[in-house]
Design a protein around this ligand. Structure first.
Ligand code: HEM
Length: 173
């Protein structure tokens, strides 16, 4: 009974957290930021209003909760990480999908976020920079934006692969 209760709570937390995490990242990356940029809105201003609602604090907290509840579920399913489980198609799929989602989280925190913050700061500086520094700063900014776009695309792909793996793992032959 208590085990069933723990599983129910873990699954609720894990699946609702995962939905919020992947859904928010997809919406922000694929819809919100490009739509703001195309509309001529001040993306930085809008994003700082978004952050005033603690989005960039809440989202990683939800992601960490999803990862931790996933690890506990993996621990339970594999009877304490016994190797046999990871050789079954189901065990392999849950753990690979979990790894993809965890790498996505690390890449978002270590590459995507810092490069976005540095681009925003550098974007301000370039406008006010003296002529002799402007082209160097503009090149730096372009490189940062490429790095950000690339890391964003990789992160999103890993997240969707993680969520997709979670969706099918249990039913693999
Ligand atoms: C992108 C983030 C994630 C999403 C959207 C997600 C979603 C899901 C969903 C929908 C299920 C239910 C599948 C089913 O019952 O057939 C599930 C189960 C599971 N997830 Fe995740 N998950 C994510 C991340 C993780 C991570 C990071 C781990 C581990 C480190 C993990 C480990 C597991 C395990 C072990 C189960 C099986 C639970 C059970 O047997 O009841 N998940 N996940």
């Amino acid at each position: 009974m208590t085990m069933t209760f723990e599983l129910l709570v873990l699954r609720l937390v894990h699946i609702l957290g995962g939905i919020f995490w992947v859904g928010s990242v997809l919406f922000t990356t694929v819809i919100l930021v490009p739509a703001l940029a195309a509309s001529g809105a001040n993306v930085g201003l809008v994003m700082s209003a978004v952050q005033n609602r603690r989005y960039l604090t809440f989202l990683p907290a939800v992601a960490v909760t999803t990862i931790l509840s996933g690890l506990r579920l993996l621990w339970i399913n594999s009877a304490g990480f016994s190797p046999g489980y990871f050789h079954s198609p189901q065990g392999l799929a849950f753990s690979l999908a979990g790894t993809a989602a965890t790498i996505a989280f690390l890449s978002a925190m270590l590459i995507v976020r810092p490069s976005a913050a540095r681009s925003a700061a550098l974007g301000q500086t370039v406008g006010n920079a003296p002529d002799d520094q402007r082209s160097r700063l503009a090149r730096e900014l372009a490189a940062l934006r490429r790095r950000h776009a690339m890391a964003s695309a990789v992160t999103l792909t890993l997240l969707v692969m993680g969520a997709g793996g979670m969706a099918v793992a249990r039913y693999l032959p």
